[in-house]
Design a binder for this molecule. Sequence first.
Ligand code: ADP
Ligand code: MG
Length: 266
Amino acid sequence: MDGLTTAHASPYVRLRNRLSGLGLDTMAAGLDRYARAVAAGETDFCTALLEMADAETAQRERTLVARKIRSAGFPYEKTLEDFDWSFQPSVPRAVVEDLATLGFVERAENVVLVGSPGTGKTHIAIALGIAAVRARKEVRFADCAQLVADLGAASARGELDRRLRYYAHSSLLIIDELGYLDIGEQGANLLFQLVSRRYERRSTIITTNVGVGKWADVFGDAVTASAVADRVCHHCTMLRITGRSYRTKDLLPEEGRKGPGEGDGR
Ligand code: ADP
Ligand code: MG
């Protein structure tokens, strides 16, 4: 300890403990540096306190967002900065970047991402979801088959209404991988109930490998499929991604070595 902290040992230590006791850990951690700066005349008391409070606020914000991102249920965390636009030119960058400004969430509109596996559908959905969490929206990410199973289990327990309310309440619900597993007539009916509750009130993003016109095959029931598609596609941005899988891009090195005019393997 130098002369400054020794001379003020008691109030300094007591203040630091008090700040920690109040949960103001960032302020407590910055106290030594700011006390020195004020004593040296490099800054004044109010400016120092303001900067300490700002640092505390910024840290709380980061902690809160990190917690909300964890609790939203994303399978992995990626943003649009991580997206290689040149790898997937069929993705309309301007449209996706506009979606990331979240006007569609304010307007309770939907987004459907259709494409084959590995083309970046879930990545884009997660990136939009994380943008929404950062903007303080309630976001829930759910795998379609798990969501349907969860609603089915709730229904069997006689708690369907409560569970539907849980999923219906988020400002943004991401239903991932519709179509990878058939959900059957009962599943389709549960999904319809959820989509109906959210219709024109809350935003939903759906990722799917099956074009909307073929959802009847997934649902096992053409009437329910078209009722779901009808609600989802009204006020909706539809993105069809055509291209190679990012997952297997390195397994096909020959394609990258082809000369101009020889095609790109698509
Ligand atoms: P799917 O279309 O099957 O949902 P994903 O979005 O999950 O595929 O993408 C599979 C993996 O490849 C993820 O790790 C994702 O981050 C990555 N990925 C896909 N497309 C791109 C891209 N254009 N740029 C960067 N990473 C990508
Ligand atoms: Mg996916």
